[in-house]
Design a protein around this ligand. Structure first.
Ligand code: FES
Length: 120
C-alpha cells in the first residue's frame, strides 16, 4: 500500500525475482533447498527442507494417512494449522503427531495411524 492507503501503481517485482514472476518463492526471495528421503508405510518419499510431514505426503499425492476409531473412515489434513487434529499420524513410532505441524526430518519413518494409534 502507498501513503494514501491504496495499492502502489508503480510496484515492480524485486530484481532477483525476475524470470520467476508470480511464484511464492519469488516473493520471499527463496531458493530450492536440499532434498532428502523419508519413509511412509515402507515407501520412500522425497522431501525438501522445511516441509511438514503433511506437505511431504501431499507432494507425493497421499491425501489420507489415518483411519477413524469407530467407522475406519480415511482422514488427512483438514485445517492445516494444528486445530482440528484430523491429520494425526505416527512418526518414528510416536502416535498422534499432527502432520501439519511436525517438520519432516531426514530418515523419518511415517506410518498410517489406525484408531487411537495405541496398541490395544
Ligand atoms: S490438519 Fe488440522 S490439526 Fe493438522
Amino acid at each position: 500500500m502507498n501513503d494514501s492507503g491504496g495499492v502502489a501503481r508503480n510496484w515492480a517485482w524485486p530484481r532477483k525475482a525476475r524470470g520467476h514472476e508470480g511464484t511464492a518463492r519469488a516473493l520471499v526471495g527463496g531458493a530450492p533447498q536440499a532434498e532428502y528421503t523419508v519413509e511412509f508405510d515402507g515407501r520412500p518419499l522425497r522431501a525438501v527442507s522445511g516441509q511438514s510431514v503433511a506437505a511431504v505426503l501431499w507432494s507425493a499425492g497421499i491425501l489420507a494417512w489415518r483411519r477413524t476409531r469407530s467407522a475406519g473412515a480415511p482422514r488427512g489434513a483438514f485445517c492445516g494449522i494444528g486445530s482440528c487434529f484430523d491429520c494425526l499420524v505416527t512418526v518414528n513410532g510416536a502416535p498422534n503427531q499432527r502432520a501439519c505441524l511436525v517438520p519432516a526430518r531426514p530418515g523419518d519413518r511415517i506410518t498410517t495411524q489406525e484408531g487411537t494409534g495405541h496398541a490395544r
